[in-house]
Design a protein around this ligand. Structure first.
Ligand SMILES: Cc1cc2nc3c(=O)[nH]c(=O)nc-3n(C[C@H](O)[C@H](O)[C@H](O)COP(=O)(O)O)c2cc1C
Length: 357
């Protein structure tokens, strides 16, 4: 099967085309620092062709959720080092996902000195779990000054450098799911009148500069990007504008020669999403990874039909640390159980069994 064929990503030879999707698990309970159970969790899943870690913030301002990890200080770097070492010892490969939550957060979740910053002072709809206040509506973020936008770009660069220092094989910039780079992309959340808002070119500028800095810092072969055309759009985002925006993103990516582009889909399947995926496949030259609702069979079909080069699995990786082996041997999968996705201990995290016949 194509799923089990090796593939070259940047300078890396991956053992299969199966990736572990980035999964926030909220176990970094002490000062957003990776800890021993996280080491164990990733070690167990090192059989993936590529692990993409849970989103890690490049800044105190990007830690909008409870107990998510960061990578902007030495203590966090030392924690991640243990994870990359464990994965490499098992023969795995691992990229750090850099996730800046921007407006998708709560001030009660931010560490001391952290601020809820976004392109514009427009609140995310809905509510969010906090450390001390239970569930709360998303607060209205502060609109970033021009200087703060430039600082945020530099935070992505520094985080990328620290990731390589911590032993990661590369980084994935999280440009999907409504987080900071995505907040700049769409007019429903970006009403800036400076060079980072207004025209499509201006709305793309933040993402472009982030990629320029990350690639300049460590080489484009170590930088991947995740986007989610049509998932996490707001109802007031116009469909034609979304198509035009994401088409412009793909054109912008041309010269970068990234390690890969990762397309994520969550929520109801909308035909236009998949038309967009196809259009992206035609326009984007590098390796393409797809994620969202795949089974072993549908993943193999997508590879056979040349719609993608790799497939990432999210929820099935939570419950099946040995997912590749289970697929290879046609072993049954452990059922999904969403009750402990965001728990704070080993239960529902590192206690999923490897298959025993
Ligand atoms: C518990 C949980 C946490 C997630 N955390 C992240 C994350 O940190 N970054 C990200 O890009 N996507 C995240 N996702 C989305 C997954 O990467 C993936 O796109 C999604 O689960 C769909 O793939 P699946 O159908 O194989 O599960 C998360 C999904 C779940 C269920």
């Amino acid at each position: 099967m194509k799923l089990f064929e090796p593939i070259q990503i940047g300078n890396l030879e991956l053992t299969s085309r199966i990736a572990m999707a980035p999964l926030t698990r909220c176990r970094a309970v002490q000062q957003n620092t990776p800890n021993e159970i996280m080491v164990e969790y990733y070690r167990q899943r090192a059989g993936a062709g590529l692990i993409i870690t849970e989103g890690a913030s490049p800044s105190p301002n990007g830690l909008g959720y409870r107990n998510i990890p960061g990578l902007y200080n030495q203590q966090q770097l030392e924690g991640w080092k243990l994870i990359t070492k464990a994965v490499h010892e098992e023969g795995g490969r691992v990229f750090l996902q850099i996730m800046h939550t921007g407006r998708v957060g709560h001030t009660n979740n931010l560490p001391k000195g952290g601020r809820l910053l976004a392109p514009s002072a427009i609140a995310q709809k809905g509510d969010i779990s906090t450390y001390d206040l239970g569930r709360q509506p998303y607060p209205t973020p502060e609109a970033m000054t021009l200087e703060e936008v430039r600082e945020a770009v530099q935070e992505f660069r520094t985080c990328t450098e620290m990731a390589i220092e911590a032993g990661f094989d590369g980084v994935e910039v999280h440009g999907a799911h409504g987080y900071l780079p995505n907040q700049f992309l769409l007019p429903s959340r970006n009403e800036r009148t400076d060079e980072y808002g207004g025209t499509r070119e201006n709305r793309l500028r933040f993402l472009k500069e982030v990629l320029e800095e990350c690639c300049d810092a460590v080489g484009s072969e170590k930088v991947g990007l995740r986007i989610s055309p049509f998932s996490y759009a707001d109802v007031d985002d116009d469909e034609q504008e979304l198509i035009a925006t994401y088409t412009a993103v793909i054109e912008m990516l041309g010269p970068f020669d990234l390690a890969y582009l990762h397309l994520s889909h969550m929520g109801d399947p909308v035909p236009v999403k998949f038309e967009m995926w196809q259009r992206i496949r035609e326009k984007f030259n590098g390796p393409l990874m797809l994620c969202g609702d795949f089974t072993k069979e549908s993943a193999e079909k997508a590879l056979q039909e040349n719609r993608a080069d790799m497939i990432a699995f999210g929820r099935d990786y939570i419950a099946n640390p040995d997912l590749v082996e289970r697929f290879k041997n046609n072993w049954p999968l452990t059922e999904r159980d969403n009750t402990l996705w965001y728990g704070d201990g080993a239960e529902g995290y590192t206690d999923y069994p490897f298959f025993e016949g």
